[in-house]
Design a protein around this ligand. Structure first.
Ligand code: S3P
Length: 438
């Protein structure tokens, strides 16, 4: 499937983007091992979160929905998971594979997890290493890639783990394994990363102590079912924040967006570039801060992106590169080598696409240098990466010619109604079959 975009689109109105992917994954994982019935509203009905849901169904957890964002999870308690009949296929979802690795490392059955072509290239040693240090038996494919096998029956010991990279997936993996470990498990992160696991564990009544970069929990406790209200995903909202910022006359309001302080780098960076963003109606929903966000067109300028913002905007860089392409002057990103091991090599793939659209975008080892300029038109490839596909679509708002984006099927992993929503706000976008398009 491909996206076809015409220049001259608009970006006006009010919208609510789908539920937060990170929180949706965690709601299923914790709901499944809790005592009692957990209800979830605003669940992301995208393929990634559904991969996690299906994995737990395969391990004997009764889960109803999602239906209009509502999921009902009949928790089986901390020791109630059952061996799945076969391998757990988690599609494109790194979060499923890495967090489940932690949660399943201390079970009494063997599990093998597999993924699609993209996930099969991504590094899993980063979770295998700490789990082995806790006493788990973990096997990976060649080069530390999937498939990932966890052998059952290992007795886990708590660990004091200093993360070598800023990764919420690795942190969460270790903490989830810690639930099943003897004694105390402690993670120390080099920079703040999303803390949804810590917040949600507390919501389920599990004591997690957080002091600066250190999170600590004791193994052996139990979780009690709760109700979870999933806010709209700021990572999905980000496409429209940039879209409205770069599009003349734009005026857009995004409702009920999660603004957890570990996720707001996109707002901070756009504001530093001169973006006109108003955050209002701030409130707290189930332990997570939420707000409405109004974005109006602004003249953006290039900046040196502060490195402390990198983990806070890690999934938003593809679309922030589009903002940089539309800004006056040079934008420089450093300290972002993690972008090379996402669903695609997001530095290289974005540089290739922006260059094809007439923009000077020079990749570096750990970032990129982008000179603002005129976006023309082009046929570009998303490399099956959802966020790349949506970012290139946003570029159409400032393009002079048609943009065609190849391999867009994976947009459904995080934002199933992207085309409809973008079109309803004024983007000139349509979805076409690859065959008829060529
Ligand atoms: C996520 C953590 C981030 C992010 C991913 C979701 C999570 O990955 O890129 O989309 O839900 O914990 P890393 O931990 O690899 O940075």
């Amino acid at each position: 499937m491909e996206f076809l975009l015409q220049p001259g689109g608009q970006m006006r109105g009010t919208a609510r983007v789908p539920g937060d992917k990170s929180i949706s994954h965690r709601s299923i994982m914790l709901g499944a091992i809790a005592d009692g019935i957990t209800t979830v509203d605003g669940f992301l009905e995208g393929e990634d979160a559904l991969s996690t849901l299906k994995a737990f169904q395969a391990m004997g957890v009764q889960i109803e929905g999602p239906e209009n964002g509502r999921v009902v999870i009949h928790g089986v308690g901390r020791d109630g998971l059952k061996a799945p009949a076969g391998d757990l296929y988690v599609g494109n979802s790194g979060t499923s594979m890495r967090l489940l690795a932690g949660l399943l490392a201390g079970q009494n059955f063997d599990v093998t997890m597999t993924g699609d072509v993209s996930l099969s290239k991504r590094p899993m040693e980063r979770v295998a290493a700490p789990l082995r240090a806790m006493g788990a038996v973990v096997e990976t494919g060649e080069g530390g890639r999937p498939p990932l096998t966890l052998r059952g029956g290992s007795k886990l010991q708590g660990i004091d783990y200093v993360l070598p990279m800023a990764s919420a997936q690795v942190k969460s993996c270790v903490l989830l394994a810690g639930l099943y470990a003897e004694g105390q498990t402690r993670t120390t992160e080099p920079a703040p990363t999303r803390d949804h696991s810590e917040r949600m564990l507390r919501g389920f009544g599990y004591d997690v102590h957080v002091a600066g970069p250190v999170a600590t929990l004791q193994g052996g406790g139990r979780l009690s079912a709760v109700h979870i209200d999933v806010p709209a995903d700021i990572s999905s909202a980000a496409f429209f924040m940039v879209a409205a910022s770069i599009c003349p006359n734009a005026d857009l309001t995004l409702e009920h967006v999660g603004i957890n302080p570990t996720r707001v780098g996109v707002i901070n960076i756009l504001r530093a570039m001169g973006g006109d963003i108003t955050v209002f109606n701030e409130r707290e929903v189930g332990g997570e801060p939420v707000a409405d966000i109004r974005i109006r067109h602004a003249k953006l300028k290039g900046i040196n992106i502060p490195e402390d913002q990198v983990p806070l905007a890690i999934d938003e860089f593809p679309v922030l590169f589009v903002a940089a392409a539309c800004a006056e002057g040079r934008t420089v990103l450093t300290g972002a080598e993690e972008l090379r091991v996402k669903e695609s090599d997001r530095i290289q793939v974005m540089a290739d696409g922006l260059q094809a659209m007439g923009i000077s975008a020079v990749p570096t080892e750990d970032g990129i240098v982008i000179e603002g300029g005129q976006i023309t038109g082009a046929t570009v490839n998303s490399h099956h990466d959802h966020r790349i596909a949506m970012s290139f679509a946003v570029a159409s708002l400032r393009a002079t010619k048609t943009i065609r984006i190849q391999d867009c099927d994976n947009v459904a992993t995080s934002f199933p109604n992207f085309v409809e929503l973008a079109a309803s706000l004024g983007m000139q976008i349509e979805q076409v079959d690859a065959e008829s398009a060529s």
